[in-house]
Structures are given as C-alpha cells and as structure tokens.
Design a binder for this molecule. Structure first.
Ligand code: SGN
Ligand code: CA
Length: 529
C-alpha cells in the first residue's frame, strides 16, 4: 500500500467515525426530545357527580370533558385513604399511608423518602408543582415549586416558593386563588422551563374544597336554576353501623354560617368585598326574611342549594383554567407529546346521605375522577372500568418516562391500561384504610375491601361491620352483614381483606397519631416548617 492510499484510508476512517458519533448523538437527542411530558392536573375534593363527562345533571365542565372525549375516562379510580394530605403522600410515594408515614392530616410529610418526582428529576425531567401541596414540609424533587401554605384561602393567597438565591420565601398575592394557580402554571410553561428537556408538571388546585368561595365572575351564576337533590339527602342511616349516624358532616346540622355565606369573608380587599356583598346580600336577605316560616325540610333544601351551587361555581373556575392550559399546549405544539391527566385527591358528598365532606369508604368519596389524554397512545373516547387507584400514579408516571419502577412501590403502572391492554392478572379487589379519628367531621377509623360488586367495611375501634351489594344497592343504604344469604360473599371478601393486609404489610396497631401531631406542632413552633 502506498503512503497516499494509507492516508486516504485514515481520513475516510476518521470521517466515518465522526459521522457515526454525530448519528448516535442525533438519535440520542431525538429520543430525549421524544420523551413525553406529563401534566398532572389535580383538584381538591372534586367528585364525579360534578364533572359532566361522568354526570351531566348538575353542571357542564367542557374542558374536563374534552380530556374524556380525546382520551380515557376511568370509572373506578379508588383512593386508598380518602383525605387530602394522605392522598397526596400516596401519590408522591406510590405507597400506602402506613408506609409513607402520612396517614392523617396535621402531621409533616417526610420529604427525605423516595418520591416519584425525585426519580424523574434524576432521569432528566424538569419537575414543577404549583398550587395546593398540603404536606407541610417544603417540596423536594422539584426544580420549581410555588405552593399554598396549608389549605390556603380562596382569595389573596400567600404562597411559598424559592427565590433566585435558592432561599424559600413566602410571597403575597391579590386575586382569586384558582386563577392565580393557573397563571403561575402557564407562566412556568411559557417562560421558565427549558424547552429542550421533557417535563412533569403538577398543576394543583385548592378548589372546590370547603368553604366553596366562588370567583367574582361566578358569584351569581346558577342563581336562577334549581340543582337536583340526591335521593339520599334525607338518609336516616337505618341498617348502617353506628359510625354513619355519629359523624359531624350533615348539611342539616354541621354547616356553619361561613360555609353558607351568611357571614362575610375575612381576607378580602374592599373591591372584592363589595362584589361579594352585591351578590350575596340580596340572596341572604331573601332567605333570612323567609327562614322563620320555613319547615326544617325546607331549610335543609335551602342549605343544600346554597352549598352545592357554591361548590359548582368553584369547579367552574377549575374547568376554565384547564381550558387555558389545554389551549396553550395546542398553541405551543406540545399537545401531541404530552400526557394530560386529571384527578382529585378523593371524591365527595354532594348531599348524598345528607352529607358534605369525604373520608368514608362509601362510593362517593372512595372514587375520584380520573381522565387521561395522550394523542396517539390513548384511544379517544375510551372508558375503563378496571379497579385503578391513586396508589398507581407514581409508577405510571415513571413508566411513561421510561424509568425503572422501584420494587418497594405498592401500586401498578397504568400504562398498559392506557394503551388499551389491561393485564390479565390486574387487581380484582382493593384495600382502603381511613385513620383520622378523633378528627374533623368525626368519621370512625375503618378499613375494608371491595371488588366493585360488593364491599366489606370494618370499623375496628367500634368492632362493627358493614356489607353492601353495590350492584343491587349503589347508594349503599342496606347493610347486609347479618344477612345469611351473604355468608359466602363475606367469607370470600374476608379472605381478600386478609391477603391484601398481608401483601401491603399493614401493621396490626395504628401509630400514636396524637403523639405524631404533637411532635409536628413542636417542629412548627421551633420554626422548622
Ligand atoms: C378543613 C375543613 C374540613 C375538611 C378538612 C380536611 N374545614 O379542616 O371540612 O374536612 O379541612 O380537608 S374548614 O372549615 O377549615 O374548611 S382536606 O381536603 O384538606 O383533607
Ligand atoms: Ca381533599
């Protein structure tokens, strides 16, 4: 070989090497840029009864419905522990309350433990959370956070974020919280994120949590309509175990004047207050003038209308915000490669059983809305009836991002279901456990199991049981636990219950919550939180 051919060969090799490196680089960066984004839209206390894709009888939610129309509606998404902080801790960790340590509100989430945003961040995802957080400790695993403090108010919220020097600061805001959370979310999407990296964004509303304060523009919306009453508004709790009649969440008895808008809100600007009084003043006067001649039943009916309308008004603003975010994803060309999920921390009683609030393993609060849109992956307009759960979200997010799922997470990835292929061995029964007693609304501690057809509930501090045939009795009015015809059903559900408690490593004894709450209060006093 001459020197010339040798040097040509060398140059050619060098050229091929460079071309190869460039090709690999391009392919890698293409794969990177194709990693899907995740927008997780979350609200607080929003039930299926107030989302028209599930139930159009009270209001329309066109933007949430758009997610159902263009994606999948899950009809059986159950939460493991139907209350705010605990539900969020389950989502962060993919573990039941007894393992993530946050079983009741009022304690401090241990943010040092493994959470899905930390794992996504490590995998190169940008992570952000905006809005209600309610886990007390400063969010970890997020490149950006801007969160309400505790429950946060409906108007003029202080919010906790990180300044340019990396210090945690609290900033004051004027305006309607739902709208502020949407603005901040859009601002992060438009201006703050790195467009070259995939992202996971948690867009989390306070609404429609108690005490249901609507936005200025919706203060009189629905004034001229009557919202249908649920069949069980006047439930007498006959046949149920004693906790059902010993709670403190009845529209009749436990709603206060603040809930009913019979007193003025406290933290409003003079302009906000003027709008408020112009809307509620005349409505309240009409009620107060008529109240003395109204029957007890009529007063309950009035309270129901007042409460439900305010709740629906709050949902309306959440829906508007979702519309803005979906429009932005379209405009920015992000919609195709972004999975958008909508869920709430649990369901809610819109007057069913005469109640407001949540906590019970009964259907209305056990179920949460769950909608998911992902063009090209999820079939538009599909409806799924498998038993899925907020326990599955962490694993689903990791799976969507192509990450390994840690073995100690306790849910299942929903990715196959989103693709329309439910695994054959998918869960057939579900474990629920509520702990917060004594606590707000006095709901007894209970655990139980359901397979979607029947439900077995054990109030373990009271040693009382309930069994419902959900298919025959969807309102769960008829406790069949003592009915001999159901002995076989009880036997089989008890077997499931024991198996699930073992599988999830549920301890026999509950932690000492009073002690944990006292320790949390002490840490707050010391200024750690
Ligand atoms: C507050 C509410 C309760 C509600 C809890 C828990 N009272 O204490 O009605 O059950 O939050 O809600 S209020 O008068 O302050 O609104 S959760 O969604 O955060 O779990
Ligand atoms: Ca809640």
């Amino acid at each position: 070989m001459t020197q010339l051919t040798c040097s040509i060969q060398k140059s050619l090799m060098r050229f091929l090497n460079i071309a190869l490196i460039l090709l690999i680089g391009c392919a890698a960066s293409f794969a990177q840029s194709k990693r899907p984004n995740i927008v997780f839209i979350f609200s607080d206390d929003h039930c299926q009864q107030a989302l028209s894709a599930y139930d159009p009888s009270r209001m329309t939610t066109p933007h949430m419905d758009r997610l159902a129309k263009e994606g999948m509606r899950f009809d059986r998404c159950y939460v493991t522990n139907g209350i705010c902080g605990p539900s969020r801790a389950v989502i962060q960790t993919g573990k039941h309350s007894h393992l993530n340590g946050f079983a009741v509100n009022g304690i401090i989430f241990n943010g040092d433990q493994q959470t899905f945003p930390k794992l996504l961040q490590k995998a190169g995802y940008q992570t952000a959370v905006v809005g209600k957080w309610h886990l007390a400790s400063t969010p970890q695993g997020y490149d950006y956070f801007d969160v309400l403090i505790g429950q946060g108010p409906y108007y003029n919220p202080p919010m906790k974020t990180m300044n340019a020097n990396g210090e945690v600061v609290v900033r004051e805001h004027t305006g309607y919280t739902t709208e502020i959370i949407t603005e901040k979310t859009l601002n992060w999407l438009k201006n703050d994120r790195d467009e070259n990296e995939p992202f996971m964004l948690m867009y989390q509303h306070k609404a429609p949590h108690r005490n249901w304060e609507p936005a200025p523009k919706y203060l009189t919306w629905l004034d001229d309509v009557t919202i249908p009453e649920p069949d069980t508004l006047f439930d007498d709790y006959a046949t149920r175990a004693s906790p059902a009649s010993n709670q403190a969440m009845e529209i009749k008895t436990h709603m206060n004047d603040r809930d009913l808008k019979l007193t003025q809100p406290r933290n409003f600007t003079p302009e906000q207050l003027a709008q408020w009084n112009a809307a509620y003043g005349p409505k309240n006067e009409a009620y107060l003038n008529a109240k003395d001649i109204m029957s007890e039943k009529e007063i309950i009916q009035w309270k129901y209308q007042r409460y439900v309308k305010d709740y629906l008004r709050c949902v309306k603003s959440v829906d508007d915000g979702i519309g803005e975010v979906l429009d932005y994803l379209d405009e920015a060309g992000l919609a195709e490669n972004t999975i958008v999920i909508y869920a709430s921390d649990q369901g809610w009683y819109l007057g069913e059983h005469g109640w407001f609030d949540k906590r019970w393993m009964y259907e209305e609060s056990l179920k949460t809305p769950l909608l998911a849109r992902w063009p090209g992956v999820i079939e538009a307009g599909s409806v799924n009836n498998d038993i899925v759960s907020n326990l599955d979200f962490a694993q689903t997010f990791l799976d969507i991002a192509g990450q390994n799922i840690p073995g100690d997470m306790q849910g299942e990835s929903l990715l196959p279901i989103l693709k329309g292929n439910t695994p054959r061995d998918w869960r057939k029964s579900f474990y629920y456990h509520y702990y917060e007693f004594p606590g707000g609304h006095s709901v007894a501690r209970h655990y139980g199991v359901t397979n979607g057809k029947h439900k077995l509930i054990y109030y373990y501090q009271n040693d009382e049981w309930e069994l419902f045939d959900i298919e025959k009795d969807p309102s769960e009015l008829n406790n069949l636990h003592a009915n001999p015809e159901y002995a076989g059903v009880i036997k089989s559900l008890s077997k499931d219950l024991n198996r699930l408690r073992k599988q999830y490593q549920v301890p026999e004894e509950d932690p000492d919550f009073q002690k944990l709450k006292e320790e949390s209060r002490e840490r707050r006093r010391r200024g750690e939180i």
